[in-house]
Design a protein around this ligand. Structure first.
Ligand code: GLV
Ligand code: MN
Ligand code: MN
Length: 420
């Protein structure tokens, strides 16, 4: 057996299901809602505390930590050749407002587990292994989603990201400064530093693996995604005295726009994903005609052409339903469908097969930081089942043995790449 294979298999054997599960339960305390889920939105004190916990585990192993200018956190286990680009794996620790315990945290904890398993097995690698925590993957508090990896990859300007504000008017710049001060990580990383490969383990967030009784998804790509913010401006007026015909009601116009957009998204195959998930109404009073509405649009499809056909007319559709209001449509993210490197997909398939884990190829419906990394280096993802395919929900659940199985596949792929 080649030396790199036996090293990989030794690390696979050293993966600890119990340690991995316990760590999920520890991270789940940061932002716990008391209903089984978490609210750990990006750059909040809960997010900071989860990162500090991770840093303490890393420090206990003697790993080095570094951050870049958007707060992406890298934890490094050195290799024999530290001039060679590392193999990087990870995901995110921020969550949706009613998030689960596995979306994101799993990819981070699985990556750390691989590094610790390599220590426990006494295996040195040629290239360094690194665990990354991307900043603001969810895009719930600050838009857009996958902000940290977008800035890292050069797809979003750092200045634009830093200027973004949350609903309370707090900027990424201010919240990030607080996080960086609190983490106290002095070492700095450059954006787009060279990587041998990027790997991300994640729960599927969909029903296919469970329905087909498969344990591993070899992810071949990610469907495309466009995000828009629509601002509708009307005129405040008294609800009791202002006749309907003379109103410029921003909410009534927004509702008409959303209805028209919904009709324009009709699709025989039910493959289009169209969501208006946030709507802010000002001044938000029962007896004042709304003067301003902000709503978001999340549009997804596996084909670039369909995303253009459905996404490009959004502004015109909104204008046609503005009903005397002003409307401003801003596209905050336009990510084409991603195709992962076939060599990485094949390594995932082969590791699953060798470990007797039934697998299928699939395309991710959810988006991930791996889409930006795929623009920079060979990248790929490993999916494991989650109960009922439920995610972005406090009901999200995954089995400890499935999480460990995905981590063993990650270990095999990462070790082979690190020693190649
Ligand atoms: C990521 O959380 C997504 O929205 O797909
Ligand atoms: Mn995620
Ligand atoms: Mn998510």
């Amino acid at each position: 057996m080649a030396q790199s294979e036996s090293a990989a298999f030794a690390v696979v054997r050293a993966v600890s299901e119990q340690r991995l599960w316990q760590r999920h339960m520890v991270i789940a305390r940061f932002g716990a809602t008391g209903r089984g889920g978490v609210n750990r939105q990006a750059l909040t004190s809960e997010d900071i505390r989860a990162r500090k916990r991770l840093l303490a585990w890393a420090e206990a192993r003697g790993y080095e930590a570094a951050v870049d200018a958007i707060g992406n956190l890298f934890i490094r286990r050195p290799g024999r050749d530290n001039s060679a680009p590392p193999v990087v794996a990870g995901s995110h620790l921020d969550t949706q407002p009613t998030g689960g315990n596995f979306d994101g945290a799993y990819g981070v904890l699985a990556a750390l587990e691989v590094m610790e398993a390599a220590d426990d097995a006494g295996i040195a690698t040629e290239r360094a292994l690194e665990t990354v925590v991307w900043t603001n993957e969810e895009g719930a508090r600050f838009q857009p989603t996958t902000m940290g990896s977008a800035v890292f990859a050069g797809a979003l300007a750092l200045e634009a990201a830093l200027a973004t504000t949350d609903c309370a008017g707090v900027s990424v710049e201010a919240a990030l400064a607080q996080m960086l001060a609190s983490l106290g990580v002095a070492r700095r990383k450059e954006f787009r530093f060279p990587m041998t490969a990027y790997l991300e383990a994640h729960i599927e967030q969909g029903p296919l693996l469970e329905a087909q009784r498969k344990k591993i998804g070899a992810v071949t790509g990610i469907q495309g995604l466009r995000w828009f913010q629509v601002e509708v401006r009307g005129q405040e007026a008294h609800a009791g005295t202002t006749p309907l015909r003379s109103r410029r009601d921003a909410l009534a116009s927004a509702v008409a726009m959303i209805a028209a957009l919904g009709e324009s998204m009709h699709d025989e195959n039910d493959a289009v994903r169209f969501t208006v998930g946030r709507c802010e109404v000002f001044p938000n009073s029962p007896n004042t005609v709304p003067s301003r509405v902000l709503f978001t649009i999340d549009l997804r499809h596996p084909e670039r052409e369909t995303l253009a056909t459905l996404g490009d007319p959004i502004e015109a559709i909104c204008r046609a339903r503005a009903g005397g209001c002003e409307v401003k449509v801003t596209e905050t993210l336009n990510a084409a469908p991603t195709v992962f490197d076939p060599r990485i997909v094949e390594l995932v398939r082969a590791a699953a097969k060798r470990q007797n884990l039934p697998s299928i190829d699939l395309v991710s419906g959810a988006t991930h930081d791996a889409k930006f990394m795929a623009q920079l280096c060979p990248s790929g993802m490993i999916f494991v089942p989650c109960a009922g395919g439920v995610s972005h929900s406090e009901a999200e659940a995954a089995a400890p043995s499935d999480l460990a199985a995905g981590t063993r596949v990650l270990a095999e792929v990462a070790l082979k790449l690190a020693n190649s």
